[in-house]
Design a protein around this ligand. Structure first.
Ligand code: ITT
Length: 213
């Protein structure tokens, strides 16, 4: 059984990762640790930021000499790319509506409202978009900052108003391809079968299965 520390402060991500990885992994979270430094997510890509988040936690475990407690640190960096907005909000998805560049994330409601406002200024027509997720996995048995990456995407479009209560973030606005309801209406089970995060986590599971084959 692999002991994985999920390096996120987003409870929805933890819940999705735990559900999808199942019983083959013992998943711990940052809630089990005090004093973990805040990662500075100043990378230009999802991959950069996933590695920054994973290595911030891995480096801290090493300096605290707690690296023996954990086999791997796993970080998720994810977001929404909207074609009519040239890929925005992208790596800024969590803080899209935040005016102050050094302040933290903006609320989901504010982010969704800003997205609808910006799309309202664009010509009518389908608003194609995709969620992307990059997972960075850092092994605590390695002494350096190397990471293995797993990637997932989910194509879809943005509807004109929010609907549904499940999930988080942009879920109430995102209609995945092949469906007519938002992720927030479809619910966690359907979302976990097709989401960007589920595709990336399938890559991670294959990596471990291949390792143990
Ligand atoms: P951590 O950095 O602590 O992991 P975070 O929420 O700040 O948590 P990110 O920096 O990766 O995470 O930003 C991801 C944002 O992208 C997230 O806050 C949502 O706004 C959006 N997002 C990512 N995955 C999503 C999903 O499955 N459903 C809806 N929105 C999602």
């Amino acid at each position: 059984m692999h002991r994985i520390l999920i390096a996120t402060r987003n409870a929805h991500k933890v819940s999705e990762v735990r559900t999808m990885l199942g019983d083959n992994f013992e998943c711990l979270t940052l809630n089990e640790y005090d004093g973990v430094p805040e990662a500075v997510e100043d990378g230009e890509t999802f991959g950069d930021n996933a590695a920054i988040k994973a290595n911030t936690v891995a480096d801290w475990l090493r300096t605290e000499e707690r690296d023996h407690e954990i086999d791997y640190v796993l970080a998720d960096d994810s977001g929404l790319e909207v074609d009519a907005l040239d890929g925005a909000p992208g790596v800024h998805s969590a803080r899209f509506a935040q005016e102050d560049p050094v302040a933290g994330n903006s609320s989901d409601a504010d982010n969704n409202a800003k997205l609808l406002r910006m799309l309202g200024e664009k010509p009518d027509g389908p608003k194609t978009a995709r969620f992307k997720c990059i997972l960075a996995l850092v092994s605590m048995t390695e002494a350096d900052d190397g990471a293995v990456y797993f990637e997932g995407a989910c194509e879809g479009s943005i509807q004109k108003e929010a609907s549904g209560n499940a999930g988080f973030g942009y879920d109430p606005l995102f209609i995945p391809e092949g469906h007519e309801k938002s992720f927030a209406e479809l619910g966690e089970e359907v979302k976990n079968g097709i989401s960007h995060r589920s595709v990336a986590l399938a890559g991670l599971s294959n990596y471990f299965n291949r390792d143990s084959a």
